[in-house]
Design a binder for this molecule. Structure first.
Ligand code: CTP
Length: 228
């Protein structure tokens, strides 16, 4: 029965989905930025799987060279602030939002207009916190919207993931542990555990990012759209 359900490729027909993916680049000066190792592969795979299930998908993508299927509405962004602005605009019209981007937590206070020249032995950059997109959308979320976050952890994984689920008011958190070889940034594989707000845990094996995306989308459908 469950298998037949998942063979139906149109479970998300008419649903509007927002996905964030990739890194953000926080500019220091015209030639330098603070970034991270995210490639955007996982988020693009989720966007494509959502599209396969019939959803209308908008992908807010940080700097990434990953190819995106036609039919997905692509909103390219660079900084955490750009990503925040795009998501705030798109989220109110969405049924599902999946925040898989590796958003910078801090950004330089000053963005130098000219290249910073090499002078003393040390250079101190002053950074300020970026806006937390997932947390902000969690505060704005209506009862009908499903909000899914990611947690990228290196230690105390489950405790941190559950903390993020609660503090960001998400419906589900997808945990990526960097302790699992082959999981996380840059790999074509990933190993995830999903926690939902009812306290259910869904562990998965190491798989290709395409198959991980299928697991994530299946779990969202099963938990939020297949219960009635
Ligand atoms: N996130 C976000 N906006 C930010 C930072 C993070 O929307 N400014 C989202 C990510 O897209 C992810 C979730 O929050 O869905 C958790 O991101 P993660 O980097 O694991 O954790 P942080 O909240 O940044 O906390 P910490 O770095 O302390 O673990």
């Amino acid at each position: 029965m469950a298998q037949r359900f998942f063979l139906n490729r149109s479970e998300l027909n008419g649903k509007k989905v927002l996905i964030t993916a990739g890194p953000t680049y926080e500019q220091i000066d015209p030639v330098r930025f603070i970034g991270n190792y995210s490639t955007g592969k996982m988020g693009v795979a989720i966007a494509e799987e959502m599209q396969n299930r019939g959803a209308e998908v908008t992908l807010v993508l940080g700097p990434s060279s990953v190819k995106v299927n036609t039919g997905i509405k692509l909103v390219p962004v660079k900084t955490a602030e750009d990503m925040f602005t795009a998501c705030e605009k798109i989220f109110p019209g969405c049924d599902i939002a999946v925040m898989s981007a590796a958003v910078a937590d801090y950004t330089p206070v000053n963005n130098a207009l000219e290249k910073i020249k090499k002078t003393g032995h040390e250079l101190t950059l002053q950074l300020t916190k970026t806006k937390d997109i997932l947390k902000t959308l969690g505060e704005q979320k209506t009862g009908k919207q499903v909000l899914v976050g990611f947690a990228l952890e290196t230690n105390n994984e489950t405790a941190y993931a559950l903390q993020k689920l609660q503090t960001k008011n998400a419906d589900m958190i997808v945990l990526n542990s960097l302790q699992d070889a082959g999981a996380g940034f840059g790999h074509d594989t990933n190993k995830i555990t999903i926690f939902d707000k009812d306290g259910t845990t869904f562990p998965f094996d190491m798989k290709s990012k395409k198959n991980v995306a299928i697991d994530i989308v299946n779990t969202i459908i099963q938990q939020f759209y297949a219960k009635n």
